[in-house]
Design a protein around this ligand. Sequence first.
Ligand code: PAF
Length: 288
Amino acid sequence: MASSLVNKNIIVINTIDKIRKQVKTLKSNNKTIGLVPTMGALHDGHASLIKKAAQECDEVVVSIFVNPTQFGLNEDLDKYPRQLKHDIEICKVNGASLIFAPSDKEIYPENKHLTYVVPSKYYQNKLCGLTRQGHFNGVATIVLKLFNIITPDQAFFGLKDAQQLIIIKKMCQDLNVPVKILECPIIRDTDGLALSSRNAYLTESGRFKATTVNKFLFKIKELYNSGLQNKEEILKIALKQLDATVKLEYLEFLSLESFSEIDLLEKNTLIAVAANVDNVRLIDNIVI
Ligand code: PAF
């Protein structure tokens, strides 16, 4: 049975011992547990994951932890937005019952000589993994730790971070992790821009330029639906949508199943971009 109550009293837990005890009690009452792992700064994209989890599971745990091991040396971990009060509200109104918000010390008590989960280079050396060396080791490690701590039946991830989703699915398959991974669609604003905490850094004109990235992706889909399959032919037309100042960091056409490169588009092709718009790095993708 799915949990239907919104606005109920939410419990915020900071320690591994306490969350384990809570989960144990819930499981002894035959409740199914859904986990939505986050780094906080929650927006409507996260809200949709929480809602979906509340539809699918009896109880929803949202983890809020800005994971230091997935940040590179040049990436500003300290500036990452932290807004627990606001996040608690979003969890509450969307049907979560528990928030797990541990400290760095709780998760990495001895922050040295750590054991990492290292996803295959095949999956890492593409898309965001190319410029964010080590990022997915940190992501896979914290996700497996959260799975071991919370032991959810299902965990919910957004398709916006497609590479993360694919890597986590593969990790669960390869390491026999008994958690069902559910993917949720990208949530877009009315102008089509994929929701991201980084959109807040855009000026009005930057935002307009940013929307040319989603227009570009949707043009690709439109061309494919009209019968074109050849990547180069499609790009020749679709690239005209992009604002001239938008710099593409990567643009890849990959099979969603095998993660190999695609030249002739077919069903389940992932088209993923990272773009620099007025010095704001945005990612977006579509699956056809
Ligand atoms: O997508 C995120 O917010 C993070 O990468 C995740 C999955 C919560 C791990 O820290």
